[in-house]
Design a protein around this ligand. Sequence first.
Ligand SMILES: Nc1ncnc2c1ncn2[C@@H]1O[C@H](COP(=O)(O)OP(=O)(O)OP(=O)(O)O)[C@@H](O)[C@H]1O
Length: 416
Amino acid sequence: MKAAGRQKLDQRAFLKQVHECRDKGYLLSFKKIGSGAFSKVYLAYATQERMQHNSKLASDLRGKRHSMVAIKIVSTAEAPVEFSRKFLPREISSLNATYKHLNVVQLYETFENSRRTYLVLELAARGDLLEHINAVSAHRCCPGLEEEEARRLLWQLVSAVAHCHNSGIVHRDLKCENILLDDRGCLKLSDFGFAHQSRFKNTLLSTFCGSMAYTAPEILMSKKYNGEQADLWSLGVILYAMVTGKLPFKERQPHRMLYLMRCGPAFRPGLSPECQDLIRGLLQLRPRARLGLQQVATHHWMLPAAHALFCITPSTIPEKPEKPQLRTSPDNVETNTNSDPPRSLLQLWRPQLQGTSHESVSGLAPEPLGVCLRQGADSARFELWSMEMAGHEVGRSRHTPLLSFIRSMPGHYLVS
Ligand SMILES: Nc1ncnc2c1ncn2[C@@H]1O[C@H](COP(=O)(O)OP(=O)(O)OP(=O)(O)O)[C@@H](O)[C@H]1O
């Protein structure tokens, strides 16, 4: 078909999609923000009318102070039957199961017709982690992110993955390209097309999936594998990529990859020994020898990460901050418009935290009622449902590292 003819067809198809979205209460823009094998992702706007009918969408967008969403349009008519019958339903049901976590991309709703399925997703406007690592590396003229930033992102990623695992979902395709960032620099785990859902923690899987550079050795060896342990390997690869700007093992042939994996990762000079230790702890050939998520979160490299509970990047902190104020009057407290707030890492780990005496965890939460952090005139507001959720009694007067950290942040104030 001639190019002009194809262009006309594409335009007609796009206009159809615009109408189909409009009928459901969304205004589709021309801005394409991504594409997959059988899908295209567009920026779109939710109408007031739609928000009145979807309380989760309305409360999320109210918090974000905009009406933008990402609409992923999957051409089910063009995709193989297996994709439409297996992978797409899997992606949708995993997103439904992992709903309501700050670091997992939110699926607000879906609609479909005989040709297409539409997924209305939370917008992650700052692209993916790979693009971010490349942009920062170019800016710094040095490959990789600062350890401080990598730590903040890893903390959020660990929180998201822990939430998935606790919801019975293993992701199986954790990689930098599937980790998105929103306009506040908050990490959003996405692309659950290979996810597997099971009620049983120790289910062994056999399907080869994921991308070779991030795939655990047991999968490369075609062994039956535990999905959670395979995800932990991928976390090690992602951390390595963040702090070095490179992949730890890169080969096309699985047997060569396995050889490199057996030799272990090589580190650049200057990388802290703690970070190297954490990466080695994740990149263990024996799946059972790998650090668990809780061990990752309490690893000494992660210790200065208290602030990472909040998705704030240095760039979101105003240069000329408003005078910090300590607010105590409940009348001045902005109420949480979201009736069901995102779950924090500590809330997520509530069962594990009960009775723990580990300093890195018990030292995090300063106030029994949690901390509400607001950022000057900006809309950002983050909530830590911490010790109370974890069942700990912490005196109000105790100044823990987190509290001091928050107080030291310009333009922020606390309400408890
Ligand atoms: N919620 C979102 N916000 C912003 N961009 C997004 C969002 N979801 C997806 N994208 C962009 O669209 C691209 C394709 O989306 P996604 O990875 O979900 O599709 P896919 O069909 O699963 O892709 P693939 O075939 O590569 O696995 C992503 O790489 C990302 O750049």
